[in-house]
Ligand binder design. Structure first.
Ligand code: ARG
Length: 618
């Protein structure tokens, strides 16, 4: 495999021109920008028509049509506005259409009680396709300018088994960060690893009594995990071990030099092991501010919360209780229903033994992000099981003056095994991320050996690594984040399916046309004309790219983009079947080449936003 040439977007806004060979040239003119998506343009023209009829400015939302037989876009604004004004919706729609200036975009008509349907003309789609190809952003608007968002994702716990939630968090969080960056947000990614806490008592005890140095050097994550499991099993069986582990933790927290050194080595070794995994996944972070980074801030924070009357003592601990502000107790995260009654469910920020915990750190972390990074928003991509923790954290944020921040818990479900139960290894343990990736790459190796056209063993190995990891990522991103899904490698790797290999193969096929093209075509000079249904449909799908990507961030759902890309690829294949490209006469050929080029660019760019690269050959 040749090294992937398409730059993954997210770190920068441009895609590097794909290796096109001598056949076609892409003129990237940074000054040609598509000013608005079709939806934005229709909305502004429709709003102007409403204003001229109603004499006041109103919003007139437009959506893509669910059923293309009625048009490309539609609006039910006439119905909503007529209801408010108690007038006849169809009558209002008729007046609006009479006043509507679509500026040549297409036509509008009325259906049923007052729906306004828009049909976009093939000439508009042709002009859009041409402009989109000339735009380095491929028609993506800048919706996030001026806003800083911290994306808190991955965040495994050092020296503890990485649970499957960390896999989902890593893939989802990375994609959301790329998309937000590409849409113009100032994005700060932070790996808030669990590098402090009770597990270090156990690790230190096991380190002192059972460390296998060579194993540690060979595979630090695995050896640390073994030590953790050894300590945890021994502690369960033996009270004196439990006590010894607790003592090691107390020593660490008091700053004992030996224990501190062991802790530091654990962190360094874990970091090295994690870096390797993130490299394979093509995931990176701007910061690694783990829990321990906030140690010094915790005591003063708790004192301040007590002094401000936000937290108080309870049975020796310090807790934050309900402020009683919620009208509905069911919406108050500091209350819980027990035996038919609402009882306190406080957030503990200092235990009775004086130790601070996860919640304390999270409050300190949030304050830090606001103070130091001026974050306007923070997205926590974390397992749904922590939802109560985040509800409490966000409620505390309101009470400590951070209510202006847009705080989101981006929760997700579970990955299931083919037996429909939460994914486990054969021995019943939680599967480790590295093992999951190895397994996917092993399956991809078999698939590549069977069907790939690349020549050397080295190329085959690189392709298998790329495809295996892409398949895992795409499966994650193509599902609604809140639903559980089955980890089924055969399905994930299928060339004909809703998979990464299907999309990657579509790109390769799309590009291969340019290798077969015998003369030089300057696509920048082509004035495309679309007359076949399949051409128009593909152009319509391409034009929607700039509408789909911002939608992802409305509810933090990359599956909207993943599914758009699948549909685009299907649209491309239908087009390719219906419309000959290289054999068509010159005008049609060039219009179609333009569609091929644009399709491959949108697929590469869109996959890049999902953190997935495309090979040159498959
Ligand atoms: N380390 C935590 C866990 O594994 C996740 C941390 C998520 N981030 C946060 N700021 N709480 O459960």
């Amino acid at each position: 495999m040749n090294p992937p040439t398409a730059r993954i977007p997210g770190r920068c806004h441009r895609i590097r021109p794909f290796a096109l060979g001598a056949a076609a040239r892409l003129a990237v003119n940074p000054f040609v920008l598509i000013p608005m998506t079709l939806i934005q343009e229709l909305e502004s023209r429709l709003a102007a028509a409403f204003q001229s009829v109603l004499g006041e400015s109103v919003a007139a939302p437009v959506v893509a049509a669910a059923d293309l037989r009625f048009g490309d876009y539609q609006s039910n604004a006439a119905m909503a506005l007529a209801k408010q004004r108690k007038t006849n919706p169809r009558g209002l729609a008729e007046q609006v259409i009479a006043a509507l200036d679509l500026g040549g975009l297409g036509t509008a008509d009325i259906a049923g009680p007052g729906f306004i349907n828009f049909k976009i003309s093939p000439a508009t789609y042709a002009a859009r396709a041409k402009a989109q190809l000339a735009d380095p952003r491929l028609g993506l608007p800048l919706t996030g300018s001026g806003s800083t968002v911290v994306v808190d994702f991955s965040a495994p716990n050092v020296a503890k088994p990485m649970h499957i939630g960390h896999i989902r968090s890593t893939i989802l969080g990375d994609s959301l960060a790329r998309i937000a960056r590409c849409l113009g947000f100032t994005v700060i990614t932070d790996n808030h690893i669990g590098d402090w806490g009770t597990q270090f008592g156990m690790i230190t005890w096991a380190w002192k009594t059972a460390l296998d140095e060579p194993a540690l050097l060979a595979n630090p994550l695995q050896e640390l995990l073994r030590l953790y499991r050894h300590a945890s099993d021994s502690a369960k069986a033996d009270e004196s071990v439990r006590e010894a582990c607790r003592m090691e933790l107390v020593k660490l927290q008091r700053g004992d030099a030996e224990n501190f050194e062991i802790w530091q080595r654990c962190i360094e070794l874990s970091r090295g092991g994690l870096d390797k995994i993130y490299d394979r996944l093509d995931v990176s972070f701007d910061h690694w501010l783990g829990e321990s980074a906030y140690n010094d801030l915790l005591a003063p924070l708790v004192d301040r919360l007590v002094a401000d009357g936000i937290a108080r003592e309870s049975e020796g601990a310090i807790c934050i209780f309900s402020a009683g502000a919620a009208e509905d107790p069911a919406k108050d995260p500091f209350l819980i229903r027990k035996d038919g009654e609402w009882t306190d469910f406080p957030m503990m920020i200092r235990k009775s033994d004086g130790a601070f915990n996860y919640a304390t750190t999270d409050v300190a972390t949030l304050e830090f992000r606001r103070r130091e990074w001026h974050a306007d928003a923070a997205w926590y991509v974390v397992d749904h099981r922590q939802s109560l923790h985040f509800q409490q954290l966000f409620a505390v944020a309101d009470r400590i003056g951070l209510g202006e921040m847009d705080l989101r818990h981006i929760a997700f479900g579970t990955i299931l095994g083919t037996d429909g139960k939460p994914l486990k290894t054969r021995s019943g343990d939680l599967p480790q991320l590295a093992d999951v990736l190895d397994e996917a790459v092993a399956a991809a190796t078999t698939a590549v050996a069977e069907r790939s056209r690349v020549d050397t063993d080295e190329e085959r190995a690189a392709l298998a690594e790329l495809i295996g990891i892409s398949a895992v990522k795409f499966t994650e991103l193509a599902h609604h984040r809140l639903s559980d899904y089955v980890f089924d490698l055969d399905k994930m790797l299928a060339l004909q399916g809703d998979t990464a290999p299907y999309l990657q193969n579509s790109v390769v096929r799309c590009r291969s046309i340019f290798r077969k093209l015998e003369e030089e075509v300057d696509l920048a000079a082509v004035m495309p004309v679309f007359s076949e249904d399949a051409e128009i449909h593909l152009a319509r799908q391409l034009a929607r790219y700039g509408e789909i990507v911002p939608l992802v961030l409305e509810d933090h759902r990359p599956n909207l983009l993943a599914n758009y890309l699948l549909e685009l690829a299907r649209g491309y294949h239908s087009f390719y079947e219906a419309c000959p490209v290289l054999k068509a006469e010159t005008g049609a050929r060039d219009s179609r080449l333009l569609l091929c080029d644009l399709t491959s660019r949108v697929l590469i760019h869109g996959l890049g936003l999902l953190g997935i690269r495309c090979p040159d050959k498959m």
